[in-house]
Design a protein around this ligand. Structure first.
Ligand code: HSE
Length: 411
């Protein structure tokens, strides 16, 4: 028998309203008791009595046993979720930045207070990836997880590549459709994808990584030249987070635009759709596909978590707790990149290990070759400031992600 959930909802934006619409159509054993909002002046589609601007009306209400947190403010979200978990309430959250930033603390709070925090809606909208990584792949060796984790960037890339729409107009559309973050740099700069990758990696590999340590390069500096180059090679450019096990002790994570070819599942993931490719030892390659942004798709994942709480579901973080988990995060790995640049100093600063191709024609200069991931991190600011465009280019050099530097260093 499922238990009745009495819910306090924080946030009534795109996802909050999407969730409410879905709940209305269901006959579940749950009730939304109160909704905490920031702006009391805004017109709401529901009775006034349901809303409050005082978070204590939910957090101190003993009648409420479940908190659903869908707000935009990372620090406020952490405070709300921590207080809820500490006072015996289970929580569902879709705040990816907050979860990625405070994952260790959140795991500890759940353990200490015997409460549960679920966050399927925080990674790839409607795609059920977290529970799969946590449960289904419990005993499977995962070589890598990669994909399209940010709907807004993918929407902008699709609009540009398929419809020739300029960047600013495509971004405006993504904002109007409710896909983009309040600060769209989070989307186009690869931050949002990075937070989601960090959450996914915790469940795939049992590693909890500080977002500051992970490279994120976005699509802001993508130019018509890069798109034309991709077209000529029958490739598309997508923003792709990658988590990869390099050997039985090391895992690496990064977010970079990537050239993808027709044979890759991600090639046909367009607009706000997301996709996750899992490369597993025995299952081989698998692909998850679905809408990654928007009120109803994300609301559906949030509802699935709420429904799971009716049966007291909690993540066990088995991989993180396993005594034999020796995996450590590293940036000491060589990757093949395409670098379009203006300033030769950047090429020098990146200290390419190997150059596969160089091209100069007027102002269009690029180099394809192998660099150490740490060098990209060290020069991240210079890449952004000089308008350079970097993409993961395993398709262009014919060489897969190389862990040789690491192995050499340890041999
Ligand atoms: N801004 C996010 C995206 C929303 O575009 O994917 C969903 O997390």
């Amino acid at each position: 028998m499922s238990k009745k959930l009495t819910i306090g909802l924080f946030g009534f934006g795109v996802v909050g309203q999407g969730l409410y619409d879905i709940i209305k159509t269901k006959n579940l054993n749950l009730e939304i008791v109160k909704i905490a909002i920031k702006n009391p002046e805004k017109d709401r589609s529901l009775p006034k009595e349901l809303f409050t601007t005082d978070r204590d009306d939910i957090l101190n209400n003993p009648e409420i046993n479940t908190v659903v947190e869908l707000i935009n403010d990372t620090e406020a979200a952490f405070e709300i979720v921590s207080r809820a978990l500490s006072s015996g309430k289970n929580v569902v959250s879709a705040s990816k930045k907050m979860i990625a930033t405070y994952l260790n603390e959140l795991i500890e709070l759940q353990q200490k207070h015997g409460t549960s925090l679920l966050y399927e809606g925080s990674v790839c909208g409607s795609i059920p990836i977290i529970r799969n990584l946590e449960e289904y792949y419990d005993n499977e060796l995962l070589h890598s997880i990669s994909g399209i984790f940010n709907g807004s960037s993918n929407y902008i890339l699709s609009k540009g590549f398929l419809e020739g729409l300029d960047y600013a107009s495509a971004l405006k559309q993504a904002q109007d459709l409710g896909f983009a973050e309040t600060d769209p740099t989070m989307d186009v700069g690869g931050y949002d994808a990075k937070y989601k990758l960090i959450i996914a990696a915790a469940h795939a590999y049992g590693v909890v990584i500080d977002p500051k340590d992970v490279l994120n390069v976005g699509i802001q500096n993508l130019s018509a030249k890069d798109l034309q180059y991709a077209r000529e090679k029958n490739l598309k450019i997508k923003l792709v987070p990658v988590a990869k096990e390099l050997d039985d002790r090391h895992v690496t994570l990064f977010v970079l635009p990537k050239f993808v070819n027709e044979s890759e599942f991600l090639y046909n993931v367009e607009y706000e759709y997301n996709g996750v490719t899992v490369q597993a030892a025995f299952a081989d390659q698998q692909f998850f596909f679905g809408k990654g942004a928007g009120g109803h798709p994300t609301g559906s994942a949030v509802l699935s978590d709420i429904a799971a709480l009716r049966y007291n579901y909690a993540y066990e973080y088995k991989k993180a707790k396993a005594d034999n988990n020796r995996l450590q995060f590293t940036n000491n790995v060589d990757i093949n990149i395409y670098l379009r640049y203006e300033d030769e100093a950047l090429v020098e600063a990146l200290e390419f290990e190997h150059i596969h191709e160089r091209f100069y024609s007027g102002s269009y200069k690029f180099v394809i070759g192998k660099v150490n991931l740490q060098k990209l991190i060290d020069n991240q600011q210079q890449i952004a400031d000089t308008g350079a465009f970097v993409a993961f280019a395993d398709q262009l050099s014919g060489v897969a992600l190389a862990a040789n530097k690491l192995q050499e260093a340890e041999a």
